[in-house]
Design a protein around this ligand. Sequence first.
Ligand code: C2E
Ligand code: MG
Ligand code: MG
Ligand code: MG
Length: 289
Amino acid sequence: KSDEAYHPVVFSAGDEREEERLWGMGLQSKIDQALENGDIYTVYQPQISLADGSLSGVEVLVRWHDAERGNITPSFFIEQCEKTGRMLSLTDTVLRRALDELSQVWASAEPFSISINVSATVLDDMRLVDVVERALMQSTIDPRYMVLEITETSRIGDMDMARAIFARFKGMGIKMSIDDFGMGCANFEVLDNLPFDEIKIDRTFVAKMNHSPLCRGIVAGVIQLGAETRARVVAEGAEDAAAIANLRRMQCPIVQGFGIAKPLSTADLIQFAKRIPFRQERSKAGQTW
Ligand code: C2E
Ligand code: MG
Ligand code: MG
Ligand code: MG
């Protein structure tokens, strides 16, 4: 199940006919089935510390391979899970599977952080805390290496509840990350309202950095922001050597992208972790936790 061969079926969000047809085919129960039988699975994209080239962490990305339809694009079924109240269940499945598989990798490598994507739409549900707590209790992973990436923060409905949930996670030693930073206008306000430990620079800025002084300025600004607030900064979507070299020059602490590696299976991640040099000290150069 290599991501190289992953060519997802894309359903356009606005295509209601197509959606209706899928609902007719029992999409709801298909999702439940896939959650159950392993058709929904996880891959892992490495995050590299630019100071020493070591494996800083991995981001867990969900995949769905359907026997009839082939690979189904994450954004499509994530939206379906949100619409049908299956988001917590998806998060639970992803988390358990990832912690289970990654504990094998952890056993044979220096400790690295594990980032799970969490939809902002479940930040109003305290059961999220139970889901994460239970999954961690049943695994050997140290909670201090667990990172929760909050995607689409503009969709946080209940800020007080989100704050309470953040406090619970922080009490467990879990790190909170703001994903796709810079996209959507509520991001700076959210950053001021919730205690994030990590900022992920959206890949659209990283991709345009070479040609656009504005995008380069935004990337540099976020790196600076991270240094001043002691938040860990990760640049996502570093697609090639030039982007990685630029980010190193800008003293970006951590990069992730196709230029480092595509999302990997567990077996491929183990091989990847063996190839790269490990850091001497975890707390060095720009990485604040
Ligand atoms: P994201 O969290 O921003 O994840 C990064 C996305 O960028 C991934 O797409 C990854 O494959 C892609 N990517 C990484 N490096 C590069 C690069 O160098 N170039 C390009 N062009 N793309 C790159 P993916 O796996 O399709 O995921 C899309 C989005 O779906 C994610 O964006 C995240 O918001 C959401 N998602 C994925 N897995 C989960 C999950 O388990 N739960 C939730 N709630 N959302 C998830
Ligand atoms: Mg993410
Ligand atoms: Mg992202
Ligand atoms: Mg993104």
